[in-house]
Write a protein that binds this ligand. Structure first.
Ligand SMILES: [Fe+2]
Length: 289
């Protein structure tokens, strides 16, 4: 890149671009991730999304949306015929973005569902119910949280001619579920399975043995081509597959004993918002209930 252009850019951006020009793609990617997160702290209400924006296979309208403070993915799925929609893991701060998109696409939000009671952000389900009349909230009956629909293993959430099937995948929390499309082409794994990782198991009834068993029996049993869409990603990764995670997940490819050891030694800091987020999420994200 020419140096006059670099001079005009912010020094941090210029530094990242230099790394990329020098071929240091790993550091450059990390740099971009940091910059992206920094920029979006001020632009949290704007629409952040990533790949796979077109209609997914099987005629489902599908959007992957991103909230940069907690690095949460929110997923919108809808049936093009009936216009019925489901929103997975909405975040309080991005409710207006989601409502705008739902309006723009002419959809009717039927269900706003959480894959579990989150500790790192407040859910948007309560506010969505207020803004979009007729929306019902949903969460696992094992989560301890309130919602209009209490999900059990084997339940289905239908929207038009499509559905999401509920699989209990506890271990990160007692009430974690994975939502699988009817044709098993997509699985929304919450924090049970992340891309090349998994949710922590050191609070909120976490149990590494249970998580290992959940992933192996309920997620790794899906077809290899099934796309994995997690609740979070901290590196900009957007999607994986069952095949990839069975082959390359650095934790879940290990034996149970090794996995338990890895999880016991993560030494992660306490999530910044846990004391606010968990009590709020137990009541659909609304404090005034
Ligand atoms: Fe979580």
């Amino acid at each position: 890149m020419n140096s006059a252009v670099l001079k005009g850019l912010k020094p941090a951006v210029a530094y990242v671009l230099r790394l990329r020009a020098a071929g240091d793609s790993r550091k450059a990617l990390d740099g971009f991730t940091q910059l992206y997160r920094g920029w979006n702290l001020q632009k949290v209400g704007e629409r952040g999304y990533s790949a796979r924006m077109e209609h997914a296979g099987g005629g489902v309208i599908f959007r992957q949306l991103f909230e940069p403070v907690s690095c949460t993915y929110t997923y919108l799925l809808a049936d093009p015929g009936s216009k019925e929609a489901v929103l997975i893991d909405p975040v309080l701060e991005t409710v207006d973005r989601d409502v705008k998109l739902i309006d723009e696409l002419g959809l009717k939000l039927k269900v706003a569902v959480n894959t579990h009671c989150h500790a790192d952000h407040i859910t948007g389900t309560g506010l969505l119910k207020k803004k979009l009349y007729g929306t019902k909230s949903a969460i696992s009956r094992h989560s301890g949280a309130k919602a209009d629909i209490m999900l059990s293993d084997g339940d289905s959430i239908t929207f038009g001619k499509h559905c999401l099937n509920v699989r209990n995948t506890p271990g990160h929390t007692d009430g974690c579920v994975t939502l699988v499309t009817g044709d098993q082409s997509m699985a929304f794994t919450g924090d049970a399975l992340l891309i090349r990782g998994c949710g922590r198991t050191d609070f909120q009834q976490g149990c590494s043995k249970t998580l290992y068993n959940s992933v192996h029996t309920q997620i790794f049993s899906l077809p290899g081509h099934c796309l994995i869409y997690p609740a979070h990603d901290y590196k900009g990764q957007t999607v994986s597959t069952v095949y990839e995670e069975k082959k390359f997940n650095p934790r879940l490819t290990k034996s149970l004993e090794e996995f338990v050891k890895i999880m016991a030694n993560l030494n992660l800091p306490k999530p910044a918002k846990i004391d606010v987020a968990v009590p709020a999420n137990l009541v659909c994200g609304l404090h005034d209930v």
